[in-house]
Design a protein around this ligand. Sequence first.
Ligand code: IPE
Ligand code: IPE
Ligand code: MG
Length: 243
Amino acid sequence: MDKAKLPRHIAIIMDGNGRWARNRDLPRLEGHRRGSETVEGIVEACREIGIEYLTLYAFSQENWNRPSDEVLGLMDLLKHFLIQKRPKLIQNGVRLRVIGQIDRLPEGVLRELTKTIAETRHCEKMTLVLALSYSSRSELTELVNQMVRSALAEGDASRVIREDELDRQLYTEGLPDPDLLIRTSGEHRISNFLLWQMAYTELYFTDTLWPDFNREELEAAIREYQSRERRFGLTTEQVRATL
Ligand code: IPE
Ligand code: IPE
Ligand code: MG
């Protein structure tokens, strides 16, 4: 792994907890519990490697439609994760941030989330972004509505919206776009995650189920990322000339 060419921002779709549990005849929630242990290890690994931003897709808006006992179990797990890991986040200098429609979260989760965000605000080693009740399409749609409303309120029908303006009004405001996306569990899709922000993100898929994902696999993904040439629409010759 080349320490000089690290991705600044890694995003992960943590998938496969249910299948991990099913393979062992365990309840799905046990898979989620093991998945949350993986989260702890991967946050630590990213911080040690020197990744500046790590975004984890923990719960999508579509996930609200799962059986209610699974949803409740996941919310409970999240709440306890926040309570238990808060001191470690602070100790390790990890700032927490959240993206998503968090007003849909149960009060207890929201309280722990707000507390953790406040108490890690000063942390500067790494930013951990949790995507909770997140849907990229619904965020973009809401933003378009907001922009239309404000243009109408200003009576400015010819208002032109720039890309950077739109970018600044998303939940991810101030975060660099992800350089690398990892999805576990063998699924090759984006599932409504960071659609705008991933325009030029390098995608990496692994068959490993999230509870089995570990530092070695993370480093393999980073090495694969480092072997790719990011061209952003240019030619190889152009890219090499600017190096
Ligand atoms: C990912 O694991 C965690 C969440 C979506 C909350 P899944 O629960 O989707 O696991 P599979 O895809 O059923 O194996
Ligand atoms: C995506 O996983 C969401 C999270 C990992 C939180 P899903 O398991 O919900 O995605 P699909 O349904 O397989 O696309
Ligand atoms: Mg899944």
